[in-house]
Design a protein around this ligand. Structure first.
Ligand code: PBG
Length: 344
């Protein structure tokens, strides 16, 4: 075809004859807020958020966590008030994390089994005062061990799997009895979901749910959390022999298959942002409700950048939380839950 002919052909073509554009102008559906809202593929609501909260001993105290601007550790009385406010704002559940006094930490983490320990007292106080809010309790020994690991340690420093599971079952039992609706094993021992499920059945706690930290990666993003619960200084080595290798993708599917077969009710990917691909793959390949943990480091870097005036906190927060929904999450654990509800 000669140049002139083609040019005249294009020139003579009516806009509506061309393929795609301009019959399809995606910008038509972006022209104003109401139409963008109408066609939005995902939405955030207060019901999407699980608020993780740190609990301390004492009375009437909210102690700021310096590495997590805007986050405080609360005494149980203050926690109850916060739980009530959160529930009234539409947040469906809290995930409680105890800050255990150093004097109560031992190599075997036996304080985890004390039915009157801080987390159990916190669970029962909130359950009694605000029965409408769901309570999630973490299962892992790191708040209680002097070495800061999630499991028991052999003399040679290895983290013992099966021995740890027995303690985790005891920990899950006291927490469930104290009022935890959901047990969330974050320890990454093999077989812990099944062991906890059987224990709960045997103890008549068949309605207690398990939210498994299915794909929990050995991540640097947990740094501020370890400050918040004061386990950072104590931790000997790293958690790479039990938490997942960040280089791995298919292994998350194996972990999910195991958790599902062992009786998990819900699955979680953690951290969230650096592992959105894993969230998508679990969403595509499993049926259970899926959650992301927007972890401490992800929260703190947003805060730090905003405090420096480098980015707009509100819009970046909502963008991040939206990303988890878009990837397929049913809900999100985030320290920014209260802020996000205010922004909605
Ligand atoms: C404990 C636990 C950790 C987090 C939740 N549960 C820390 C870790 O595994 O070292 C991290 C949460 C966060 O960074 O916000 N097993």
């Amino acid at each position: 075809m000669q140049r002139t002919e083609r040019n005249s052909y294009n020139a003579g073509m009516r806009n509506s004859d061309k393929i795609g554009f301009p019959l399809h102008r995606p910008r038509r559906l972006r022209q104003s807020g109401w139409i963008r809202d109408l066609v939005a593929e995902t939405r955030l609501a207060p019901q999407d958020f699980i608020w993780p909260v740190f609990v301390i001993e004492g009375e009437n105290t909210a102690e700021p966590v310096s590495s997590m601007p805007g986050v405080s550790r609360y005494t149980i009385d203050r926690l109850v008030a916060e739980a009530r406010a959160a529930q009234q704002s539409g947040i469906p559940a809290l995930a409680l994390f105890p800050v255990v006094d150093a004097a109560r930490k031992t190599a075997d983490g036996k304080e985890a089994l004390n039915a009157d320990n801080l987390i159990c007292r916190a669970l029962s106080a909130v359950k009694e005062a605000v029965p409408e809010i769901g309570l999630i309790a973490d299962v892992a020994l790191d708040p209680y061990t002097s070495h800061g690991h999630d499991g028991l340690m052999s003399e040679k420093g290895a983290i013992l799997n099966d021995e740890t599971i027995e303690v985790l079952c005891g920990q899950a039992l006291v927490q469930a009895r104290a009022g935890a609706d959901i047990i969330a094993p974050s320890d990454m021992m093999d077989g812990r979901v099944g062991a906890i499920r059987h224990m709960l059945e045997d103890e008549g706690l068949q309605n207690t749910m398990i939210l498994s930290y299915t794909a929990k990666y050995a991540s640097g993003y947990y740094g501020p959390f370890r400050d918040a619960v004061t386990s950072a200084g104590a931790l000997k080595g790293d958690k790479k022999t039990y938490q997942m290798d960040p280089r791995n993708r298919d292994e998350a599917l194996l972990e999910a298959a195991l958790d599902i077969s062992e009786g998990a009710d819900m699955l979680m990917v953690k951290p969230g942002l650096a592992y959105l691909d894993t969230i998508v793959r679990l969403y595509d390949n499993t049926q259970l409700p899926l959650f992301a943990y927007h972890v401490s480091g992800e929260y703190s870097m947003l805060k730090a950048a905003a405090q420096n005036g480098w980015l707009d906190y509100d819009s970046c927060l909502m963008e991040t939380l939206t990303a988890f929904k878009r990837a397929g999450c049913r809900g999100i654990l985030t320290y920014a839950a209260r802020e996000a509800v205010d922004l909605l």
